[in-house]
Design a binder for this molecule. Structure first.
Ligand code: NAD
Length: 469
């Protein structure tokens, strides 16, 4: 069995210890992931420190060219990496699965390569001229989750290196393998030390984020870990981008043609088996449309094949890990106990962390499946009678990542959209992120944004050059 390796200072690092990684669809071993120790974290940060000045001194054009070469490497290796994602993370190759994740990796690399942050004259009169320059921060610690392991790592790595920073990335302990392989491949076109990895759980993550030489932390993960990241940043005064959990509400406006939107609603909720930060996690439906929505979603769910995502006909895979499966099952059991209408779809294989696609009706605000982020394939569908009540429900939780309105009357929705407390409010789509459009949470879903020009700014610091005329 292969032991995968970290890349530190441009070289594959000999692991001091390792642990086995298993396929969530069938329990088969995928090989061993390295387990970093404190010394490896130190070596990675020092390598990134050493590389940073030269990297920042390269011309913008050189960094842009290298970023485009990275996009090419991702494209050329997308079949290999997509298969690894499927075996390790569980999302199917087909549909909005691991090939889709690889396409996103390519897009989210090409777009930052195409963007520029030239110096900006912020003030000028007869006596002075003030120009704002965007300069790199230094070494970025990137901490990634297990749900979209490569795509989210790319969101963190690419803007950082594009702007002249160097990176130490820690993938999730659940999904390190595909990420390590991706980083190894990318390192072919990067100077040594620009992109390094360390592996392990929160203890290693914490060593990295507490390191005094870290100049920026990019974190995507849960709210509770996000709070620990904030504490860690106090030591180095590092700015942070925090992309935390969500509990996105979708509101279907009264009288909307449900047939037209049912497929998008379904994938809005069940993308990656619901293990997506900006998935629909609560669906609010007018009481007159409730039965139609239930029927349409049931019809779609009943056509889905659940299984090992290496099978091209499978669109719904397993959950990524046992803990997550247990958590979602517990929330469904709680709803069952409260007398909710539980409708389960799909034939679930005997082995692996599978569960049926689960629609949960006759459920209300305040119940656990509504109030807690399920991060799995169980969707609560809540009836409302007044739109104002649905808006209040959508806003009542602390999470504020995304929200959506579904309607045949877009003008009315545009006005209502401004009242939803979320980083992004989508109309007639959900989770429709784009590499040019800033993405980030409101309220307890985090702060700072990624993507587009704003995302590039977030991995720089401002330096004003002020000239007396
Ligand atoms: P998690 O917080 O458990 O882990 C995320 C990463 O943090 C892992 O690499 C983990 O090892 C590391 N970590 C844990 N403790 C740490 C510490 N004290 N210091 C430093 N690093 C530490 O999250 P998860 O379970 O991997 O991911 C699921 C969560 O992520 C969900 O809540 C989901 O909504 C959220 N998420 C948010 C976005 C977004 O863009 N807003 C995207 C994807 C996932």
């Amino acid at each position: 069995m292969q032991t995968y390796r970290n890349t530190v200072d441009g070289l594959l690092s000999e692991p001091v210890s390792s642990y086995e990684i298993f396929n969530p669809a069938n329990g088969q071993s995928l090989g061993f992931a390295p387990q970093s120790d404190e010394q490896e974290v130190e070596r990675a940060v020092q390598a990134a420190m050493r590389a940073q000045k030269n990297w920042a001194n390269q011309s913008d054009q050189e960094r842009r060219d290298i970023t485009l070469k990275i996009a090419q490497i991702l494209e050329e290796n997308s079949d290999y990496l997509a298969e690894l994602i499927t075996r390790e993370q569980g999302k199917p190759l087909s549909g909005p699965g691991s090939r889709f994740e690889m396409q996103a990796c390519v897009g989210w690399t090409q777009v930052p390569a195409s963007l520029e942050l030239p110096p900006e004259t912020v003030y000028e009169d007869d006596e002075r001229k003030d120009t704002l320059h965007r300069v790199p921060l230094g070494v970025v610690a990137a901490i990634a989750p297990w749900n979209w392991p490569l795509m989210i790592a790319i969101w963190q790595i690419i803007p950082a290196i594009r702007m002249g920073n160097t990176v130490v990335l820690k993938p999730s302990e659940y999904t390190p393998i595909a990420t390590l392989e991706m980083v190894k491949l990318i390192n072919d076109v990067l100077p040594a030390g620009v992109l390094n990895t360390v592996t392990g759980d929160g203890i290693i993550g914490s060593k990295l984020t507490h390191h005094p030489d870290i100049s920026k932390i990019m974190f995507t993960g849960s709210e509770s870990t996000g709070r620990q990241i904030i504490e860690a940043s106090a030591k180095s005064l590092s700015p942070i981008t925090l992309e935390l959990g969500g509990n996105d509400a979708a509101i279907v406006m009264p009288g909307t043609n449900i047939k037209n939107i049912a497929t998008d609603l379904f994938w809005g909720a069940f993308l990656n088996m619901g293990q997506t930060c900006a998935c629909i996690k609560r669906l609010y439906v007018h009481e007159d449309d409730y039965e139609t929505v239930m029927a349409e979603l049931s019809a779609i769910a009943s056509q889905m094949k659940i299984g090992d995502g290496m099978d091209e006909s499978v669109l719904i895979g397993p959950l990524q890990n046992k803990m997550q499966l247990g958590k979602v099952q517990e929330l469904v059991t709680d709803a069952k106990g409260a007398g909710c209408d539980i409708r389960e779809f799909g034939e679930v294989p005997d082995q692996g962390y599978f569960m049926p696609i689960t629609l949960v009706g006759n459920i209300k605000d305040g119940q656990r499946l509504v109030d807690e982020e399920q991060f799995g394939p169980a969707l609560p569908i809540i009836r409302y009678s007044e739109v104002e009540d649905a808006i209040k429900s959508a806003n009542r939780l602390e999470a504020g990542l995304g929200a959506s309105l579904w309607t045949d009357e877009q003008a009315q929705a545009s006005e209502l959209a401004t009242r939803l407390e979320a980083g992004t409010v989508w109309i007639n789509q959900h989770g429709a992120i784009h590499p040019m459009v800033p993405f980030g949470g409101n309220k307890a879903s985090g702060y700072g944004v990624e993507f587009g020009i704003e995302g590039l700014k977030a991995v720089t610091q401002g330096r004003v050059i002020s000239i007396k005329k």
